[in-house]
Ligand binder design. Structure first.
Ligand code: NAP
Ligand code: ZN
Length: 358
Protein backbone atom coordinates (compact mmCIF):
# COMPACT_ATOMS: atom_id res chain seq x y z
CA UNK A 1 0.00 0.00 0.00
CA UNK A 2 1.30 3.45 -0.94
CA UNK A 3 2.36 5.81 1.85
CA UNK A 4 -0.14 8.58 2.48
CA UNK A 5 -0.59 11.94 4.15
CA UNK A 6 -3.83 13.71 5.04
CA UNK A 7 -4.95 16.78 3.11
CA UNK A 8 -7.42 19.28 4.48
CA UNK A 9 -10.21 19.37 1.90
CA UNK A 10 -13.85 20.30 1.28
CA UNK A 11 -16.09 17.32 0.61
CA UNK A 12 -19.74 16.36 0.23
CA UNK A 13 -20.82 13.28 2.18
CA UNK A 14 -23.98 12.59 0.14
CA UNK A 15 -25.97 14.06 -2.79
CA UNK A 16 -27.96 16.21 -0.39
CA UNK A 17 -25.24 17.36 2.00
CA UNK A 18 -23.38 20.63 1.95
CA UNK A 19 -19.64 20.58 1.43
CA UNK A 20 -17.73 20.71 4.70
CA UNK A 21 -14.15 20.56 5.88
CA UNK A 22 -12.63 17.11 6.16
CA UNK A 23 -9.36 15.20 5.80
CA UNK A 24 -8.68 12.95 2.82
CA UNK A 25 -5.66 10.74 2.15
CA UNK A 26 -3.20 11.64 -0.61
CA UNK A 27 -0.29 9.49 -1.71
CA UNK A 28 3.27 10.48 -0.93
CA UNK A 29 4.84 11.51 -4.26
CA UNK A 30 6.24 8.54 -6.19
CA UNK A 31 9.23 9.07 -8.47
CA UNK A 32 7.19 10.67 -11.29
CA UNK A 33 4.88 12.72 -9.05
CA UNK A 34 4.62 16.40 -8.31
CA UNK A 35 3.20 17.59 -4.99
CA UNK A 36 1.30 20.86 -5.48
CA UNK A 37 0.00 23.24 -2.83
CA UNK A 38 -3.30 24.45 -4.25
CA UNK A 39 -3.53 28.25 -4.50
CA UNK A 40 -6.78 28.65 -6.47
CA UNK A 41 -9.45 26.25 -7.66
CA UNK A 42 -12.29 27.28 -9.98
CA UNK A 43 -15.85 26.07 -9.43
CA UNK A 44 -17.19 24.29 -12.51
CA UNK A 45 -20.87 23.40 -12.91
CA UNK A 46 -19.62 19.80 -13.34
CA UNK A 47 -18.55 19.95 -9.68
CA UNK A 48 -22.15 20.68 -8.76
CA UNK A 49 -23.59 18.00 -11.11
CA UNK A 50 -21.20 15.46 -9.53
CA UNK A 51 -21.68 16.48 -5.89
CA UNK A 52 -25.45 16.16 -6.33
CA UNK A 53 -25.10 12.90 -8.29
CA UNK A 54 -26.97 14.37 -11.27
CA UNK A 55 -24.90 12.27 -13.70
CA UNK A 56 -25.57 9.02 -11.86
CA UNK A 57 -26.54 7.11 -15.02
CA UNK A 58 -23.06 7.68 -16.52
CA UNK A 59 -20.73 8.59 -13.63
CA UNK A 60 -22.29 7.65 -10.29
CA UNK A 61 -20.71 9.69 -7.52
CA UNK A 62 -18.73 7.97 -4.79
CA UNK A 63 -18.79 9.78 -1.43
CA UNK A 64 -17.12 11.54 0.20
CA UNK A 65 -16.64 13.61 -2.95
CA UNK A 66 -13.96 16.32 -3.14
CA UNK A 67 -14.60 18.14 -6.42
CA UNK A 68 -12.43 20.66 -8.27
CA UNK A 69 -10.56 20.36 -11.57
CA UNK A 70 -9.45 23.91 -12.25
CA UNK A 71 -6.31 23.93 -10.15
CA UNK A 72 -3.42 26.39 -9.96
CA UNK A 73 -0.78 25.87 -7.34
CA UNK A 74 2.84 25.92 -6.29
CA UNK A 75 5.09 22.86 -6.49
CA UNK A 76 6.47 21.94 -3.08
CA UNK A 77 8.01 18.51 -3.65
CA UNK A 78 8.92 16.40 -6.68
CA UNK A 79 9.76 12.72 -7.14
CA UNK A 80 13.28 11.64 -8.06
CA UNK A 81 12.49 11.12 -11.78
CA UNK A 82 10.60 14.39 -12.31
CA UNK A 83 12.19 16.62 -14.96
CA UNK A 84 9.52 19.22 -15.87
CA UNK A 85 9.04 20.83 -12.43
CA UNK A 86 11.00 21.82 -9.36
CA UNK A 87 9.89 23.09 -5.95
CA UNK A 88 8.74 26.72 -6.18
CA UNK A 89 7.36 26.46 -9.75
CA UNK A 90 3.78 27.36 -10.56
CA UNK A 91 1.81 24.40 -11.86
CA UNK A 92 -1.70 23.63 -13.04
CA UNK A 93 -3.94 20.57 -13.09
CA UNK A 94 -7.13 20.20 -15.10
CA UNK A 95 -9.72 17.44 -15.48
CA UNK A 96 -7.32 14.53 -16.08
CA UNK A 97 -4.65 13.12 -13.77
CA UNK A 98 -3.80 9.90 -15.64
CA UNK A 99 -4.67 7.59 -18.56
CA UNK A 100 -3.52 4.14 -19.64
CA UNK A 101 -0.89 5.62 -22.03
CA UNK A 102 -1.06 2.53 -24.26
CA UNK A 103 -4.36 2.75 -26.15
CA UNK A 104 -4.53 4.33 -29.60
CA UNK A 105 -6.06 7.52 -28.19
CA UNK A 106 -3.18 7.96 -25.76
CA UNK A 107 -0.67 7.10 -28.46
CA UNK A 108 -2.20 9.87 -30.56
CA UNK A 109 -2.03 12.37 -27.71
CA UNK A 110 -5.79 12.37 -27.14
CA UNK A 111 -6.00 11.21 -23.52
CA UNK A 112 -9.46 12.70 -23.12
CA UNK A 113 -10.77 9.75 -25.17
CA UNK A 114 -8.78 7.04 -23.34
CA UNK A 115 -11.21 4.38 -22.09
CA UNK A 116 -9.13 4.09 -18.92
CA UNK A 117 -8.49 7.75 -18.18
CA UNK A 118 -8.37 8.90 -14.58
CA UNK A 119 -10.39 12.05 -13.98
CA UNK A 120 -9.19 14.43 -11.30
CA UNK A 121 -12.09 13.48 -9.03
CA UNK A 122 -14.59 10.63 -8.76
CA UNK A 123 -12.47 8.24 -10.88
CA UNK A 124 -10.97 4.96 -9.64
CA UNK A 125 -7.69 5.82 -7.88
CA UNK A 126 -4.97 3.42 -9.12
CA UNK A 127 -2.66 4.20 -6.23
CA UNK A 128 -4.88 4.26 -3.16
CA UNK A 129 -8.07 2.46 -4.23
CA UNK A 130 -11.36 4.27 -3.80
CA UNK A 131 -11.77 7.34 -6.00
CA UNK A 132 -9.63 10.34 -6.84
CA UNK A 133 -10.19 13.62 -5.03
CA UNK A 134 -10.03 17.04 -6.64
CA UNK A 135 -8.79 20.53 -5.98
CA UNK A 136 -11.00 21.82 -3.15
CA UNK A 137 -8.04 20.84 -1.05
CA UNK A 138 -4.82 22.18 0.39
CA UNK A 139 -2.72 19.97 -1.84
CA UNK A 140 -2.72 17.39 -4.61
CA UNK A 141 -0.20 14.84 -5.93
CA UNK A 142 -0.17 14.27 -9.69
CA UNK A 143 2.09 12.52 -12.21
CA UNK A 144 4.15 15.23 -13.93
CA UNK A 145 2.87 14.14 -17.33
CA UNK A 146 -0.56 15.48 -16.37
CA UNK A 147 0.71 18.71 -14.81
CA UNK A 148 0.67 21.87 -16.92
CA UNK A 149 2.96 24.88 -16.99
CA UNK A 150 1.40 28.25 -16.18
CA UNK A 151 2.47 31.08 -18.52
CA UNK A 152 4.11 33.95 -16.63
CA UNK A 153 2.15 37.11 -15.79
CA UNK A 154 -1.36 35.62 -15.89
CA UNK A 155 -3.51 36.47 -12.87
CA UNK A 156 -3.59 33.19 -10.94
CA UNK A 157 -7.18 33.34 -9.65
CA UNK A 158 -8.36 34.05 -13.20
CA UNK A 159 -6.06 31.45 -14.76
CA UNK A 160 -7.48 28.55 -12.73
CA UNK A 161 -10.72 28.30 -14.79
CA UNK A 162 -8.69 27.92 -17.98
CA UNK A 163 -7.99 24.34 -16.86
CA UNK A 164 -11.57 23.28 -17.58
CA UNK A 165 -13.72 26.14 -18.89
CA UNK A 166 -10.83 27.27 -21.11
CA UNK A 167 -9.82 23.96 -22.65
CA UNK A 168 -13.40 22.65 -22.98
CA UNK A 169 -14.29 25.60 -25.20
CA UNK A 170 -10.92 25.98 -26.97
CA UNK A 171 -10.71 22.33 -28.07
CA UNK A 172 -14.00 22.15 -30.06
CA UNK A 173 -13.43 25.56 -31.58
CA UNK A 174 -10.05 24.42 -32.88
CA UNK A 175 -11.46 21.08 -34.02
CA UNK A 176 -14.34 22.64 -35.98
CA UNK A 177 -12.17 25.36 -37.49
CA UNK A 178 -13.20 28.56 -35.73
CA UNK A 179 -11.11 31.19 -37.49
CA UNK A 180 -11.46 34.70 -38.86
CA UNK A 181 -14.46 34.96 -41.16
CA UNK A 182 -16.56 32.32 -39.35
CA UNK A 183 -19.79 33.18 -37.56
CA UNK A 184 -19.85 31.51 -34.15
CA UNK A 185 -22.67 31.30 -31.62
CA UNK A 186 -22.15 30.77 -27.89
CA UNK A 187 -25.20 29.62 -25.94
CA UNK A 188 -25.21 30.34 -22.20
CA UNK A 189 -22.96 33.00 -20.70
CA UNK A 190 -21.64 31.16 -17.66
CA UNK A 191 -18.15 29.91 -16.87
CA UNK A 192 -17.67 27.97 -20.11
CA UNK A 193 -19.65 30.42 -22.23
CA UNK A 194 -17.68 33.49 -21.24
CA UNK A 195 -14.39 31.69 -21.96
CA UNK A 196 -15.77 30.64 -25.35
CA UNK A 197 -16.53 34.29 -26.14
CA UNK A 198 -13.04 35.45 -25.20
CA UNK A 199 -11.35 32.62 -27.10
CA UNK A 200 -13.54 32.84 -30.23
CA UNK A 201 -12.93 36.58 -30.34
CA UNK A 202 -9.17 36.03 -30.02
CA UNK A 203 -9.37 33.46 -32.84
CA UNK A 204 -10.90 36.20 -35.01
CA UNK A 205 -14.47 34.90 -35.38
CA UNK A 206 -17.68 36.96 -35.46
CA UNK A 207 -19.20 36.02 -32.10
CA UNK A 208 -22.89 36.04 -31.18
CA UNK A 209 -23.91 35.32 -27.59
CA UNK A 210 -27.28 33.77 -26.76
CA UNK A 211 -28.35 34.40 -23.20
CA UNK A 212 -31.47 34.07 -21.10
CA UNK A 213 -30.17 36.86 -18.85
CA UNK A 214 -30.75 40.36 -20.29
CA UNK A 215 -28.52 41.82 -17.54
CA UNK A 216 -25.49 40.07 -19.11
CA UNK A 217 -25.77 41.94 -22.42
CA UNK A 218 -23.19 44.67 -21.72
CA UNK A 219 -20.77 42.16 -20.26
CA UNK A 220 -21.08 39.94 -23.32
CA UNK A 221 -20.06 42.84 -25.56
CA UNK A 222 -17.19 43.74 -23.24
CA UNK A 223 -15.98 40.11 -23.26
CA UNK A 224 -15.71 40.18 -27.05
CA UNK A 225 -19.15 39.41 -28.51
CA UNK A 226 -20.11 41.22 -31.71
CA UNK A 227 -23.83 40.69 -31.10
CA UNK A 228 -26.00 39.55 -28.20
CA UNK A 229 -29.36 37.80 -28.59
CA UNK A 230 -31.78 37.43 -25.70
CA UNK A 231 -32.86 33.88 -26.44
CA UNK A 232 -36.34 34.30 -24.98
CA UNK A 233 -37.09 36.96 -27.65
CA UNK A 234 -38.30 34.97 -30.66
CA UNK A 235 -38.01 37.88 -33.10
CA UNK A 236 -34.32 38.31 -32.22
CA UNK A 237 -33.79 34.56 -32.66
CA UNK A 238 -35.56 34.50 -36.03
CA UNK A 239 -33.21 37.13 -37.48
CA UNK A 240 -30.28 34.71 -36.97
CA UNK A 241 -31.86 31.75 -38.85
CA UNK A 242 -29.52 29.77 -41.11
CA UNK A 243 -26.50 31.99 -40.52
CA UNK A 244 -24.00 30.16 -38.24
CA UNK A 245 -20.98 28.08 -39.18
CA UNK A 246 -20.63 26.80 -35.63
CA UNK A 247 -22.55 27.03 -32.36
CA UNK A 248 -21.17 25.98 -28.98
CA UNK A 249 -23.89 25.12 -26.48
CA UNK A 250 -22.64 25.55 -22.88
CA UNK A 251 -25.97 25.36 -21.06
CA UNK A 252 -26.15 23.33 -17.85
CA UNK A 253 -29.93 22.75 -17.75
CA UNK A 254 -32.79 21.55 -19.91
CA UNK A 255 -33.47 23.79 -22.95
CA UNK A 256 -34.64 23.59 -26.57
CA UNK A 257 -31.64 22.86 -28.79
CA UNK A 258 -33.74 22.72 -31.97
CA UNK A 259 -34.06 26.50 -31.71
CA UNK A 260 -30.27 26.68 -32.11
CA UNK A 261 -29.85 23.92 -34.71
CA UNK A 262 -32.17 25.98 -36.92
CA UNK A 263 -29.74 28.87 -36.74
CA UNK A 264 -26.98 26.85 -38.45
CA UNK A 265 -26.26 27.39 -42.12
CA UNK A 266 -25.88 24.43 -44.49
CA UNK A 267 -23.34 21.93 -43.12
CA UNK A 268 -23.02 23.90 -39.89
CA UNK A 269 -22.35 22.16 -36.56
CA UNK A 270 -23.81 22.62 -33.12
CA UNK A 271 -21.51 21.14 -30.48
CA UNK A 272 -22.70 20.41 -26.98
CA UNK A 273 -20.27 20.98 -24.18
CA UNK A 274 -23.02 21.58 -21.63
CA UNK A 275 -24.15 18.32 -20.03
CA UNK A 276 -27.62 18.73 -18.53
CA UNK A 277 -28.96 16.03 -16.25
CA UNK A 278 -31.90 15.14 -18.55
CA UNK A 279 -31.75 14.04 -22.22
CA UNK A 280 -32.34 16.75 -24.84
CA UNK A 281 -34.98 16.30 -27.53
CA UNK A 282 -33.91 16.68 -31.17
CA UNK A 283 -36.26 17.16 -34.10
CA UNK A 284 -35.01 15.16 -37.11
CA UNK A 285 -35.99 17.86 -39.59
CA UNK A 286 -33.92 20.55 -37.89
CA UNK A 287 -30.87 18.42 -38.81
CA UNK A 288 -32.09 17.06 -42.16
CA UNK A 289 -32.78 20.42 -43.76
CA UNK A 290 -29.39 22.00 -44.16
CA UNK A 291 -27.46 18.73 -43.61
CA UNK A 292 -26.56 20.04 -40.19
CA UNK A 293 -24.56 18.20 -37.53
CA UNK A 294 -25.12 17.85 -33.82
CA UNK A 295 -21.95 16.96 -31.92
CA UNK A 296 -20.38 16.90 -28.48
CA UNK A 297 -16.90 17.46 -27.11
CA UNK A 298 -15.15 16.56 -23.86
CA UNK A 299 -12.43 18.71 -22.24
CA UNK A 300 -9.14 18.43 -24.23
CA UNK A 301 -5.85 16.57 -24.25
CA UNK A 302 -2.86 17.47 -22.10
CA UNK A 303 -0.93 18.81 -25.11
CA UNK A 304 -3.90 20.89 -26.25
CA UNK A 305 -4.42 22.20 -22.70
CA UNK A 306 -0.81 23.42 -22.71
CA UNK A 307 -1.37 24.95 -26.17
CA UNK A 308 -4.49 26.75 -24.85
CA UNK A 309 -2.63 28.02 -21.77
CA UNK A 310 0.19 29.33 -23.95
CA UNK A 311 -2.38 30.96 -26.30
CA UNK A 312 -3.96 32.63 -23.25
CA UNK A 313 -0.51 33.74 -22.10
CA UNK A 314 0.14 35.41 -25.47
CA UNK A 315 -3.30 37.06 -25.62
CA UNK A 316 -3.47 37.78 -21.86
CA UNK A 317 -6.74 35.86 -21.51
CA UNK A 318 -8.03 34.75 -18.12
CA UNK A 319 -11.50 34.16 -16.71
CA UNK A 320 -13.50 36.96 -15.11
CA UNK A 321 -13.61 35.64 -11.57
CA UNK A 322 -15.33 36.28 -8.29
CA UNK A 323 -12.76 35.12 -5.75
CA UNK A 324 -14.35 33.48 -2.71
CA UNK A 325 -13.15 31.74 0.45
CA UNK A 326 -13.83 28.01 0.52
CA UNK A 327 -16.35 28.57 3.31
CA UNK A 328 -18.67 30.18 0.72
CA UNK A 329 -18.68 27.23 -1.66
CA UNK A 330 -22.24 26.14 -0.82
CA UNK A 331 -23.62 29.62 -1.47
CA UNK A 332 -21.66 29.68 -4.71
CA UNK A 333 -23.41 26.46 -5.80
CA UNK A 334 -26.81 28.01 -5.06
CA UNK A 335 -25.86 31.02 -7.15
CA UNK A 336 -24.66 28.82 -10.04
CA UNK A 337 -28.15 27.34 -10.21
CA UNK A 338 -29.58 30.84 -10.60
CA UNK A 339 -27.13 31.68 -13.45
CA UNK A 340 -25.77 34.26 -11.02
CA UNK A 341 -22.01 34.13 -11.51
CA UNK A 342 -19.86 36.69 -13.30
CA UNK A 343 -18.41 34.55 -14.65
CA UNK A 344 -16.54 31.97 -12.61
CA UNK A 345 -16.05 31.45 -8.89
CA UNK A 346 -12.40 30.92 -8.01
CA UNK A 347 -11.70 29.63 -4.51
CA UNK A 348 -8.77 31.25 -2.74
CA UNK A 349 -7.39 28.17 -1.02
CA UNK A 350 -5.54 30.24 1.59
CA UNK A 351 -8.97 30.37 3.27
CA UNK A 352 -8.74 26.63 3.93
CA UNK A 353 -5.71 27.11 6.15
CA UNK A 354 -7.89 28.85 8.73
CA UNK A 355 -10.21 25.82 8.94
CA UNK A 356 -9.89 23.07 11.47
CA UNK A 357 -10.90 19.80 9.79
CA UNK A 358 -13.69 17.75 11.34
P1 NAP B 1 -22.49 27.80 -15.49
O1 NAP B 1 -21.38 28.72 -15.17
O2 NAP B 1 -23.51 27.50 -14.45
O3 NAP B 1 -23.20 28.38 -16.80
C1 NAP B 1 -24.33 27.79 -17.38
C2 NAP B 1 -25.11 28.86 -18.14
O4 NAP B 1 -26.19 28.22 -18.82
C3 NAP B 1 -25.78 29.89 -17.24
O5 NAP B 1 -24.95 30.94 -16.86
C4 NAP B 1 -26.92 30.37 -18.13
O6 NAP B 1 -26.45 31.35 -19.05
C5 NAP B 1 -27.28 29.12 -18.93
N1 NAP B 1 -28.46 28.46 -18.36
C6 NAP B 1 -28.60 27.94 -17.12
N2 NAP B 1 -29.82 27.39 -16.96
C7 NAP B 1 -30.46 27.56 -18.13
C8 NAP B 1 -31.75 27.20 -18.63
N3 NAP B 1 -32.64 26.55 -17.84
N4 NAP B 1 -32.08 27.51 -19.90
C9 NAP B 1 -31.20 28.17 -20.70
N5 NAP B 1 -29.96 28.57 -20.28
C10 NAP B 1 -29.61 28.25 -19.03
O7 NAP B 1 -21.93 26.38 -15.94
P2 NAP B 1 -20.52 25.99 -16.59
O8 NAP B 1 -19.57 25.66 -15.51
O9 NAP B 1 -20.19 26.97 -17.64
O10 NAP B 1 -20.89 24.58 -17.26
C11 NAP B 1 -21.86 24.51 -18.28
C12 NAP B 1 -22.15 23.06 -18.61
O11 NAP B 1 -21.00 22.49 -19.24
C13 NAP B 1 -22.44 22.19 -17.39
O12 NAP B 1 -23.45 21.27 -17.72
C14 NAP B 1 -21.12 21.48 -17.17
O13 NAP B 1 -21.24 20.26 -16.47
C15 NAP B 1 -20.70 21.25 -18.59
N6 NAP B 1 -19.26 20.97 -18.76
C16 NAP B 1 -18.92 20.11 -19.74
C17 NAP B 1 -17.60 19.85 -20.00
C18 NAP B 1 -17.22 18.96 -21.14
O14 NAP B 1 -16.12 18.41 -21.13
N7 NAP B 1 -18.05 18.82 -22.14
C19 NAP B 1 -16.61 20.44 -19.22
C20 NAP B 1 -16.99 21.34 -18.24
C21 NAP B 1 -18.32 21.61 -18.02
P3 NAP B 1 -27.33 32.66 -19.42
O15 NAP B 1 -27.59 33.35 -18.10
O16 NAP B 1 -26.44 33.41 -20.32
O17 NAP B 1 -28.56 32.16 -20.09
ZN1 ZN C 1 -15.23 21.55 -15.41
Amino acid sequence: MAKTWNAKSYAAASPTSSLTSTMIPRREPTEHDVHIDVLFCGICHSDLHTVRDEWKSVFPTVYPCVPGHEIIGRVTRVGSAVTKFKPGDLAAVGCLVDSDRTCSECQNGLEQFCPNMTLTYNSPDKHLGGVTHGGYSEGIVVDERFVLRVPPKLDLAGAAPLLCAGITTYSPMRHWGVVKGKKVGVVGLGGLGHMAVKLAHALGAHVVVFTTSPNKKDDALRLGADEVVISRHSDEMKKQTGSFDFILDAVSADHDINAYINLLRRDGTLTLVGAPEKPLEVTAFSLIFGRRSLAGSPIGSIDETQEMLDFCGIHNITADVEVIPVQQVNEAYDRLLKSDVKYRFSIDMASLKSERAA
